[in-house]
Design a protein around this ligand. Structure first.
Ligand code: AVJ
Length: 320
């Protein structure tokens, strides 16, 4: 029997601030400006995202939750209790609770870039599930070596809910899945939530909510990168823009510049022209078949798929 403090361990592989600064600058100096959606999630952004999940228009979280609620037992039958459960981008660790109701993994390893979120939710989870061992990893799960050696080895499964995979361009999505495939090893299971292609009107509304929370979420990215670059950005000079791109089956989010201006970053001038945008997010939507094809490129076989009654969302069990 492990002592309680041994049941919660923190591991830190947080990226260097200089790397982040470099990554952001590269995007801002590009012909078509872009910033990775991972920069949405500072403390304020993580709170705003939690508010998004409760919006009337944002069906994603509710649909996935309804699947996990209705089919949790069946889903967990694919997982075994001698296996570590990894969750890349665990956020508030909200959804894993719905699995933990049905089975107790050997340990749970949330990987989360936001230290604030990770620390808070890991402690909360530990207090709710006293028998659970938690290895909380502060890392960017998109980097290859996000699993530090200090985390014990042994069989692994992964839980990747929320359609986070939709944030990645296909080649990057394949890279990420291949990475997970390698981490899981032969016959390892991946439970993955994927948003489905649907009526464009519904998709549009989900990213253009009436309360403007998604707009705040998008604009908050400027505050976050401003802190990283040590150069405040005036979010008042930008406007939220989100639309469904039918050609690529993706929602695009942008920050549209409202008045031409220039900012100085580390002695370099970044100029913004009126009407120009910073591309902040792609959120790809899949059919069951198109996602299966993607997963197969990464070496996974689809074992089973669950959907909500409205067929808005899918949860797949993939086998490595
Ligand atoms: C967390 C990436 C799944 O794409 O729907 C919500 C993020 N962006 N509203 C999504 C998001 C705008 C979300 N994912």
């Amino acid at each position: 029997q492990l002592a309680p403090e041994a049941r919660l361990q923190f591991h830190n592989v947080k990226p260097e601030l200089v790397d982040q600064r470099q990554e952001i600058l590269t995007g801002l100096k590009a012909d078509r400006k872009y910033i990775s959606p991972k920069y949405f999630y500072d403390e304020a952004g993580s709170r705003l995202f939690d508010r998004i999940t409760e919006l009337d228009e944002y069906y994603v979280t509710r649909a996935e939750r309804s699947i996990l609620q209705a089919s949790g037992r069946e889903i967990c039958a694919y997982l075994s209790d001698d296996t570590m459960l990894i969750e890349p981008g665990s956020g508030s660790c909200e959804k894993v609770r719905m699995l933990l109701e049905h089975y107790l993994p050997a340990s749970y390893a949330p990987i989360e870039i936001s230290e604030y979120y990770l620390e808070r939710s890991a402690r909360q989870l530990r207090s709710e599930f006293p028998a659970l061992t938690v290895h909380a990893v502060c890392a960017d799960f998109t980097s290859l070596d996000c699993m530090p050696d200090t985390v014990p080895g042994g069989p692994k499964a992964a839980f990747f809910p929320g359609s986070t995979i939709g944030n990645f361009e296909q080649p990057d999505a394949v890279k990420l899945l291949k990475n997970l495939h390698r981490m899981l090893g032969k016959a390892g299971k991946l439970l993955i939530g994927v948003d489905l292609i649907k009526d464009p009107g519904r998709l549009h509304a989900a990213y253009n909510d009436r309360l403007g929370v998604t707009a705040q979420f998008n604009l908050n990215l400027l505050n976050h990168i401003g802190r990283i670059l040590k150069r405040p950005f005036d979010s008042g000079r930008f406007r939220h823009k989100a639309f469904f791109n039918r050609q690529f089956n993706r929602i695009e989010m942008h920050l549209e510049c409202q008045e031409s201006h220039a900012v100085d970053v580390d002695g370099e001038t970044v100029s913004f022209t009126k009407g120009e945008t910073i591309h902040t997010e792609n959120s790809y939507k899949y059919s069951v078949e198109s996602f299966e094809a993607l997963a197969e490129v990464a070496g996974f076989r689809r074992r089973q798929t669950w959907m909500d009654a409205d067929r808005h969302f899918s949860v797949h069990c993939l086998e490595a």
